[in-house]
Design a binder for this molecule. Structure first.
Ligand SMILES: Cc1ncc(COP(=O)(O)O)c(C=O)c1O
Length: 458
């Protein structure tokens, strides 16, 4: 299997990288430039506010800032550059498209046709009705409209901890305490979903009781809705909430539950698709075919291109939602997405993600054995979570530790996603095993140092 994996172009020289040139991170040039930018640009994410580094270039699994510091990338931006920074095939395809035709509304172009045919070839089952967008949010919004058009019902169920975007309806599918403005849109309801590490409903032996969640959903529909539910919308694996994986029986049972109630199953795979978990769709891990699926982030490996895909019986409903947009499916976007899929195929990158999963899983288990503040570890492909707790019995979240570990590993040269009490990791799937080990060393060391600082036995 590993013989055909082709990731040599992305392999950094670990004899010299990561390389920290400035005595402080962020360095002086970063601080100056970010200071000037933030006098104008408002609304930076927490990721930037905690480490206002100014990145200048990226290559494969490395990022370089304006002070000459080179970091190993353990976040793929924000789960976006799944195939590494500036993958040569993606860069070349976008450059070529940019010189040929940038936009012609939603007319068919040769490159769009090629992408559509390739996409429906790699997706499972009869996921064959496609519309292209320019952000995860717009794809999710379109998916909601299709669910309404296809069922004639208007209510939407979603789950605690999920995240689906930041427009009026997509944000109504998620926690809203940080989104000031109007309240949840009418007809949107949230329910708990099974989290094996922190179950709400347990069997007598203490393990998670998936059936009890589904029984609760029936009660919930009866009591809280007007019984006009169009769809249940979920992330297959919750990204923002901390790489939270469902129990293996959840999606097969949920599929059955949806069929029996004529409720559509909408899998928002903006974060989890296109190789992130070692498959094109994370739902394939549970052999479950969603009715509607959204693709984003790694779909164009950094170029803003996303998709909303529906099963064949719902394809005609897409006709009734005024689905097209100004930028969706422009030739550069199609070139980026097509080149990304071809790279995954030609370079055996799903296999590389699976190979990395094997390594990460062993390493995470070892770290859990060695570090008392680690309560739980989880991994599929290159999507990982490490949950830090003050006490393994009470499972009390350890936010302070998460923040210190994040900052300490960043100072060692690891660019990654900031943590509450859950460390979230999503390296590019073009990473080699030596680099993966180096990144895990940095996290391992950072956790050990944090334990000492906070008075735990590391
Ligand atoms: C699961 C999921 N859906 C939708 C979105 C929104 O995507 P975008 O930021 O491209 O609008 C995100 C972004 O993080 C996401 O993780």
């Amino acid at each position: 299997m590993s013989a055909n994996i082709d990731i040599a172009w992305a392999k950094p020289d670990l004899n010299v990288l990561p390389r920290l040139e400035s005595s402080e991170i962020p360095g002086p040039k970063s601080l100056d430039m970010h200071g000037r930018a933030s006098a104008i640009m408002k609304g930076y994410s927490g990721q930037v506010k905690l480490f206002p580094v100014v990145f200048e270039s990226g290559h494969g699994v490395t990022l370089t800032d304006v002070d000459g510091n080179v970091y190993l990338d353990f976040s793929s931006g924000i789960y976006v550059t799944t195939l590494g920074h500036c993958h040569p095939k993606v860069t070349e395809a976008v450059q070529k498209a940019a010189g040929q035709l940038m936009n012609c509304h939603d007319f068919t172009t040769p490159i769009k046709l090629e992408l559509l045919e390739k996409l429906t070839e790699i997706l499972p089952g009869d996921l064959s009705g496609v519309q292209l967008y320019d952000s995860g949010t717009t794809a999710v919004e379109a998916g909601l409209r299709v669910c309404r058009a296809a069922t004639g019902q208007y209510e939407m169920l979603s789950c605690f901890g999920d995240f689906h975007g930041k427009s009026g309806h997509s944000i109504s599918l998620a926690r809203m305490n940080k989104a000031s403005g109007a309240g949840r849109a009418q007809g949107f309801y949230m329910m708990p979903r099974p989290n094996p590490y922190r179950p709400w409903f347990k069997k007598p032996d203490g393990t998670i009781d998936t059936d009890a969640y589904l029984a609760f959903y029936d009660e919930f529909i009866l009591e809280a809705t007007t019984n006009q539910v169009a769809a249940i919308v979920l992330e297959p694996i919750q990204g923002w909430a901390g790489s939270i994986f469902p129990p293996d029986d959840f999606f097969p049972k949920l599929r059955q539950w949806c069929n029996e109630r004529k409720i559509l199953l909408f899998a928002d795979e903006v974060l989890t698709s296109m190789g992130r978990t070692g498959k094109y769709l994370a739902m394939e891990h549970w052999d479950t075919l969603p009715d509607v699926v959204t693709l984003g982030k790694g779909f164009g490996n950094g170029f803003p291109v996303t998709a909303m895909v529906v099963r064949e019986p719902y394809a005609e409903s897409v006709e009734s939602i005024s689905a097209s947009t100004s930028y969706g499916g422009n030739p550069m976007a199609c070139a980026a997405a097509l080149a990304s899929i071809k790279a995954i195929e030609e370079e055996c990158l799903l296999e590389n993600a699976q190979r990395l999963e094997e390594y990460f899983t062993k390493r995470l288990d070892k770290m859990k054995n060695e570090h008392p503040i680690i309560g739980d570890v989880r991994c599929k492909g290159c999507l990982m979570g490490v949950e830090l707790v003050k006490d393994r019995t009470t499972k009390e979240p350890f936010d302070e530790a998460g923040k210190i570990v994040y900052q300490s590993a960043f100072r060692k040269g690891l660019a990654w996603i900031p943590a509450g009490h859950i460390l979230r990791m999503s390296p590019p799937i073009v990473m080699d095993l030596d680099t993966a080990a180096r990144c895990m060393d940095m996290i391992d060391e950072a956790i050990g140092e944090t334990e000492k600082t906070l008075g735990y036995n590391g």
